[in-house]
Write a protein that binds this ligand. Structure first.
Ligand code: PLP
Length: 236
């Protein structure tokens, strides 16, 4: 069983929402523009339930098997599930069927498969394209050069809805470098928005860098550790 008691969850959620609101105020932005995605990888359903009891609705998961079991357990509550893990192209079907959002689309093959596998009676799957701002071989993400074709493909698929861009900065960088990284994504976003004005989402900011992300324009913040404590061993 989890050691995260209910009161603890409320306190952590409140602290994160306060950090987000403070950063929004510093940026002259309305905190209501920000969506908090609680990243619940490795946490048992009971930990999510504690946050749901405090009003949290958006949850992000990285590992499919683990995610599907939590989605099943927590049904029929009105939750919004975000897939934020690296996606293998032979595992797209459950994402297309069970999630409302995917943040890690980075190649055409994923676009084609997700579009084909999204059930026709479901609303379009919300898609953020993951962008790789520097060449890091172990990390997912499309290069800036690949973006126009990829965004066009997402925008053209009726089963998909192009929402925006996502990035994952290197760990352990200074706040100045975090801001530089997020500002770079923001600039790419503004450029791409000339062709895709309906894009409204910049998915960036985690426990260690949410202030920098919000100061640079993030609209969707993905928070794990600050809400749940240190990660448990992966159940995937
Ligand atoms: C794990 C993870 C997060 C949350 O990171 P924390 O530092 O625990 O807040 C956010 N985004 C992605 C893509 C992740 O894999």
């Amino acid at each position: 069983m989890s050691e995260t008691a209910n009161g603890d969850a409320a306190e952590r959620l409140h602290a994160v929402l306060e950090r987000m609101a403070d950063a929004a105020r510093r940026a002259g932005r309305d905190p209501a523009e920000l969506t908090l995605v609680a990243v619940s990888k490795t946490r048992p359903a009971a930990d999510l339930q504690a946050l749901i009891g405090c009003g949290q609705r958006h949850f992000g998961e990285n590992y499919l098997q683990e995610a599907l079991s939590k989605i099943e357990t927590l049904r029929p509550q009105p939750l919004v599930w975000h897939f934020i893990g690296q996606l293998q192209s032979n595992k797209t079907a459950p994402v297309a069927e069970q999630f409302a959002w995917v943040h890690t689309v980075d190649r055409l093959k994923l676009v084609q498969r997700l579009a084909a596998q999204r059930p026709f009676d479901a609303p379009p799957l919300n898609v953020c394209v993951q962008v790789k701002l520097e060449d890091e071989p172990t990390k997912g993400g499309a290069s800036i050069a690949e973006l126009p074709a990829l965004l066009e493909a997402v925008a053209r698929a009726p089963q998909l809805k192009l929402r925006g861009l996502m990035t994952l900065p290197p760990a352990e960088i200074t706040e100045v470098d975090q801001r530089r990284w997020f500002a770079a994504l923001r600039e790419v976003f503004e450029q791409m928005r000339r062709h895709h004005p309906a894009m409204d989402t910049l998915s960036m900011g985690m426990s260690a860098d949410l202030e920098a992300a919000i100061l640079e324009g993030a609209t969707m913040i993905r928070i794990g550790t600050a809400l749940f404590g240190e990660r448990l061993q992966s159940q995937a």
